[in-house]
Design a protein around this ligand. Structure first.
Ligand code: ZN
Ligand code: ZN
Length: 203
């Protein structure tokens, strides 16, 4: 099953939406989302540098050409729609509540990458680039949830369990979740959660 991957902000890895608008930086022309430029401006004010090339940002403008191409996700979030499509295949009628909506990306990824996830070897040393890519995706899904919400750790762990990953993958994802929560709490005390959005994820 292939889904068209919508364009993402290269910094926070969230898909651009009509809410999370894409912005273009001048003069370097790198792109990022409204939330990321806001976080940078709030923190660095006039001395903002592009997170990708470190060039000083003179100004930022909405990327109107890209905005026109975006589906209206404020009406129906992309992954919630995908999730509904998938449940449609099963023939079930479902209503998606707010918390399920928040988890819809990881649920969709769990279903779409089912066969790859099953093949991921137990030993990390044997992971292929493809394995790492899928796992990174799952970790980023969790990171997104941690960043946009105040969800409790035990709640995310429950969700990971519910998604019934193979045991070693579950252990891996839970340990990554622990790390991300520790980072978030550390950065929160320093009013620097925005840093977490910018820093890359290692698998
Ligand atoms: Zn962003
Ligand atoms: Zn740049």
């Amino acid at each position: 099953m292939d889904f068209v991957v919508p364009p993402k902000c290269p910094i926070c890895k969230n898909i651009y939406t009509t809410e999370r608008k894409p912005y273009i930086l001048q003069p370097c022309c790198h792109g990022l989302c409204k939330d990321c430029i806001k976080a940078l401006r709030d923190h660095e004010g006039d001395n903002c540098k592009c997170p990708q090339c470190r060039e000083t940002i003179i100004e930022e403008k909405p990327n109107f050409e890209l905005i026109e191409l975006l589906p209206d996700l404020t009406v129906a979030p992309f992954y919630t729609d995908k999730l509904l499509e998938l449940t449609d295949i099963i023939g079930a009628v479902v209503t998606i509540g707010a918390e399920v909506e928040m988890f819809s990306k990881i649920i969709v990824d769990r279903i779409v990458y089912k066969s790859q996830i099953k093949e991921v070897p137990h030993s990390k040393r044997n992971w292929t680039e493809g394995d790492k890519k899928v796992l990174k995706r799952l970790v980023l899904d969790i990171k997104g949830i941690i960043l946009v919400s105040d969800i409790e750790f035990t709640n995310i762990v429950k969700w990971i369990e519910v998604l019934s990953f193979p045991e070693h993958i579950e252990t891996y994802l839970v340990s990554k979740t622990v790390q991300m929560f520790e980072k978030k709490n550390f950065l929160k005390l320093r009013e620097a959660i925005w840093l977490m959005e910018i820093l890359p994820i290692t698998v």
